[in-house]
Structures are given as C-alpha cells and as structure tokens.
Write a protein that binds this ligand. Sequence first.
Ligand SMILES: [Zn+2]
Length: 509
Amino acid sequence: MLTRVFSAAIQGVEAIQVEIEVNVGSGDPVIVLVGLPDAAVRESKDRVTTAIANSGFRWPRSRTTVNLAPADLKKEGPSFDLPIAVGMVAVAQGAEIPRLGRCLMAGELALNGEVRPIKGTLPIALEARRQHKKAVIVPKWNAREAAVVEGIEVYGVSNLRETFEFLAQQRELEAVKETLLFGANGADDFDFADVKGQHLVKRAIEVAVAGNHALLLIGPPGSGKSMLSKRIATIMPRMTIEEAIETTKIRSICGLLDPSNSFCVDRPFRAPHHTISDVGLIGGSTNPSPGEISLAHNGVLFLDELPEFKRSTLEVLRQPLEDGKVTVSRAAGTVTFPANVMLVAAMNPCACGYFGDPKRECRCSPKQVENYRNRISGPLLDRIDIHVEAPAVEYKELSSEERSEPSRAIRERIQRARKLQQERFLRNPKCRTNAQMSHSQIKSHCKLNTEGSELLQKAMEELHLSARAYDRVLKVARTIADLAGVPDIEPSHLLEAIQYRTLDRRLWQ
Ligand SMILES: [Zn+2]
C-alpha cells in the first residue's frame, strides 16, 4: 500500500515541491525515512507517531518507508511533520483520501497533535500555485501570510485531526482571505516633517535616494544622523507588488511575520549593531538563513558608527553590494538571497566626535583623526557616492515652530527623477538607477560642456579630489540634473556634487 502527499522544502527564498511517499511493507514495525532528511526531519518520526496516537488515529504496525523526493534536495526543519503524519494515517486506513492529491501542506506537530507555526509559508503557497494545486494547508498562525497569494485556496489548520478530516471530506474549513491594503500605508511612524533644520543634509539625502547612491553621514554625536537615516525609507518610491512579495518572502522564511503583520508594504530599514558577525550581516551557510543585508532587501541598510565595524565584516559586504544578492555555498549546492539595498552609513568625524566643530574642542591629534578615518576600508568607501557633513543642530533650529516638508512631498520629486532614469536605462536591464552606471555609461550619459569640464578639472586640482572621485561626482551630478528635470548637467549641478566628497578632501594642507 502506497500513499503520496505533497509538501515543499525551502531553498533560499523559494520553495520547491516535495513528494512524500509512504509505503507499508511487511516486517517489524519500524519507520525508515529516506531522501536526504536533516536531523530535524529524522527526529520527526517520534513526534509524528505520538501525535498520531494522541489524535486518536492508528499508524501502520509494520515496516513503513517514508521517501521524500526529489532525493537530491536537502529537507530541513520540522515542517514535514504534518504531511508525513497525514500520509501514515492515510496508508493505515487503506482508503482513498479525496482531497489529498490536490493539496500541498506543511506544518510542525506537537506531541498532542496540535499544528505549530512554521517558517516560509509565503514561498510555500507560491510553489503550490505554481504546481497547480487547488489548495495549500498551513498552520493557522501562518495562514494570512500564505493568503496574500491569489489563485489558490489557503486553509489554516490547528491540529492533525482537523487536517485529516478536511482531506477526507468529513468536515469543511473556511478558506482564509487576505486583502492587501496596498499603498494605503500613509501612517508612517517617521516623517521628514519632524526633522527641524539640517537643510543641507536633507538635500543630500534626497539626491542620494533619487539616484540610489550609497550615502555616508559624518557628524558629531547628537547631530541626528540616525534620526535622519530612519526616515530615508519614507521618501523612497513606493514598493511595487513584486518588490513587496520579494521582501515579504525573506521575512517569511525567517519566521518574522505574524497574523497582524503578514505582508510588507513598507520598505525595510535595518540597523545592525557594529558587533554583528559576518554571518549575521551576510547570511549563514549552515542551515542557510538570510542576513541583515537581505532583510534590508528593497530598503535601507544602515551602518551606524561605521569605523567601529570590523574591517573584515565591511570587506564581506562589498560583493553583495555590487551584485545586489548574496550567494551562500553549502554541501548541497548554493543558495542565493536577494540583497538589493541602499547603503546608508554614519560616523563621527573623529574618535572624540568633535573634529571641525565650531563650539567644542576636538581632543584628537591629527594622527588619531587620520587613523580613525582609515578604519573604513578603502574599497567600501569607493562604493559610497555621497559623503556629507551633518553639523550639530543649533538650538534656535530645534526650538523653531516651523514645520518641515513632509516625506510625501520629497518622495514625489524623487519619483519624477527615478522615472527619467527608467527611460534612460530602458535597454539596460542591469542598470536601473544612476548609481549603477558603468564607466562607459557615465561617458555617454554624463557629457559635460567646455565650461563644465574646466570647472571639474579645476575642482579636482584645488580640492585635491582623488581620481576615484571623478566618476562619482559625474554620477551624482547626473542625479541632481534629473531632480531639476533638465537633460544636460550644468555647472551648478557639478558644484553641488563636488560638495558631497568630504572624505576625499585632504584634512591638512
Ligand atoms: Zn576628536
């Protein structure tokens, strides 16, 4: 007697259908699990048989083989408990279970037969639809997460008995519906309207977001660097449905969603502490899970106190920032997690924090200031287009009653600038924003007239700007021209872009 049940395994951020065959042969009552199960799946044998007994069902009392196919796909975690249990009850009953073949299911079992929450129900529901299943059965806690997928019925179950009776058409369940309130998230907790003063920094942030440029804020403690950074996601263009699904999938496989917050419509903001491990930041290879850079996918990765991060940690960021994804290699092949982020970093101007401050004296020697700044790896700094100084906020600015421009208004200008970039890069699917331009693209899209060329040349010499600054200035000037809605880069755009190269200037001349 053989029964077949459908489930799915998580690979990166995708789920792949797994067929679970349960076969009863003759011989002593042992359960043999085959098909590359990990320790958690092998342990499920005891949970499953106890849960079956406690649910008032029987399981086969002779040699039972459970095969998880395809065999070369690693099966991890406890989410196969439910389908394995269903298969064993079905095979013990020996009757046909009408709904079994049309459903895909996943869930962990407690010893009393209750179904516990699992990770990754959103990608599992997407895979069920791709496999043309009629329905997907998941733990009740995760049901709303799966229900954002249209074109498939989603059922949330609480225990094994309920699941089996539904499959056997002995009871009905109500399908879970989730309505997406898309684009209605006007009630952001943060808004640029709350930020007083800091006009130059806010302008630099607007330019950075408009061209998707990585940004470094340099300023003394209390200048509001993190307060400003927290608001950056609120002026980024609204996520598309595809982006929202990508971002939600990552949270889903990390088990970070709950019934009240089952779909991410807001761009993420992640601010890992500088003590974070490489694995925590980039993602891990044993039982691969996404790191902070992937949790920030389609949003902002904020690194506060940049020089305090280990140099090696910043080094491992380089490739993912370049590729927009993280590839983790492991025994059974490689797993890829998306990691398309806007990098925002912040640092004090020196170790004591007050270098260049007009009111407070810096206690660092020139050598100490230099050492502090050298802690940031050159290659990472190379990827940061805009450096800007955030001065301490003046008391009169803080106490002013004037309300600043709201995030919504800034976002509208940014969306117009992004639209120009979309049209510019229509034939280049790899390049979507000015920040991603290659050297040859810069040459064709950032042409300067004679006045502009001379100005940039002079600035390079007088301000001792490095050669690497040259392309960065052109890219940023392109974005400033886009924000102004003009086709050619003008000298004023160049001058503004040159201002955003604080760390390229020599400190002492
Ligand atoms: Zn200092």
